[in-house]
Design a protein around this ligand. Structure first.
Ligand SMILES: [Mg+2]
Length: 276
C-alpha cells in the first residue's frame, strides 16, 4: 500500500465514532474468545466509542448471545446486541403483512415470528403456508425439507434468516450454516431464498442507528467478506476484515485487513495519536 493510502486509511480509522463487530469467527470461535477481543472492546469503551455486536445468528436472539458473551468475559448492554433472527418477523411483515408461516428453526425463531403477528403452521399443513422462513433448524429432516420445498414450489414466499454456508466452531472446524439448509429447499423447489441478515442492509442500518453516528463514521469488523464486508461496504461503513490466512491483495470491498484484533487495536491507537 502506498504512503498516501496509508495516511487516508489512518485518518478514517482515527475518525471512527462507532464499531460494529460480527460475533462468530470475529469476537469468538466456538467456546473461546478471539485473541485481543477483551482488550479491543475495553479500549474502545475506555475512549467512549460505542460498540455493537451484529450477528447473523439464526438460532438465538440478543438475550442468549448477551449471556454467552458475558460468560466469556465481555459485558454488553441490551441495545448493543443485534441478531439477524430478531429481524425475521419484521422483515416478513414489512414485505407481506401478517401471514401464515411454515418455520424451520429454533423455538426462538417461532417466538419472533409469532410476536410480529404471524401465525405458525405445522409441517403437515404446508399447503396453507404463505411464507417459509428458515433458520438453523435442530430438527431438520427429510420430511421437513419435503414440506418446505413443496410449500415454496406452490408459491409460498421463501426467506432465510441468513445465507451463510457455514460458521466456525473451533480451529479448522465448522458447522453447516442456515444457508446450507436453505439451499436444499432452493434446489428442491427451484426458487431462491430472500436473505434477511448480512449482507442485506437491515442489520447494518440498525447497527449504525444504535452506534449513533453516520455510516461512514462506523466500522464493520468481520471475518466474512461475503456477509460482513460486502454488506458493510454497501451500507457505507468503513470495512475491517479479520483474516489471518490470505497474503494476496484483499478484495476491493475491504478498507483495512488485520490478522487479529490485537493488530486492529494497535492500528487504531497509532491512528489516534501515536500511542501504542
Ligand atoms: Mg463471522
Amino acid at each position: 500500500m502506498k504512503h498516501g493510502q496509508d495516511r487516508s486509511i489512518a485518518a478514517r480509522l482515527a475518525g471512527l465514532r462507532g464499531f460494529a463487530f460480527d460475533l462468530d469467527g470475529t469476537i469468538w470461535e466456538g467456546p473461546r474468545l478471539m485473541p485481543g477481543a477483551v482488550e479491543l472492546v475495553g479500549a474502545l469503551r475506555g475512549d467512549e466509542i460505542p460498540v455493537v455486536f451484529a450477528s447473523n445468528s439464526s438460532r438465538h436472539g440478543a438475550r442468549v448471545l448477551h449471556g454467552r458473551l458475558a460468560g466469556l468475559g465481555i459485558e454488553s448492554a441490551p441495545g448493543e446486541m443485534l441478531a439477524a433472527l430478531e429481524l425475521a418477523g419484521e422483515e416478513v411483515a414489512r414485505r407481506m403483512g401478517a401471514v401464515r408461516v411454515l418455520a424451520l428453526g429454533t423455538d426462538e425463531l417461532d417466538d419472533v415470528l409469532v410476536s410480529s403477528g404471524h401465525e405458525l403452521v405445522p409441517e403437515h399443513e404446508w399447503k396453507v403456508a404463505q411464507a417459509v422462513v428458515v433458520g438453523i433448524d435442530p430438527h431438520f429432516s427429510y420430511d421437513r425439507l419435503r414440506s418446505a420445498a413443496r410449500a415454496v414450489a406452490a408459491g409460498a414466499a421463501f426467506f432465510a434468516v441468513n445465507l451463510d454456508r457455514r460458521f466456525p466452531v473451533g480451529p479448522d472446524e465448522f458447522d453447516p450454516g442456515c444457508g446450507a439448509l436453505a439451499e436444499a429447499i432452493a434446489v428442491a423447489s427451484g426458487v431462491r431464498p430472500v436473505g434477511i441478515g448480512k449482507p442485506e442492509l437491515p442489520l447494518f442500518r440498525t447497527a449504525i442507528e444504535r452506534l449513533g453516528c453516520e455510516a461512514h463514521q462506523a466500522a464493520m469488523v468481520g471475518d466474512s467478506t461475503a456477509s460482513d464486508i460486502e454488506g458493510g461496504r454497501a451500507a457505507g461503513m468503513f470495512t475491517i476484515w479479520l483474516n489471518a490466512e490470505s497474503d494476496g491483495p484483499p478484495p476491493d470491498c475491504v478498507d483495512l485487513r488485520v490478522r487479529n484484533l490485537g493488530e486492529l487495536l494497535r492500528a487504531w491507537r497509532e491512528a489516534r495519536g501515536g500511542r501504542v
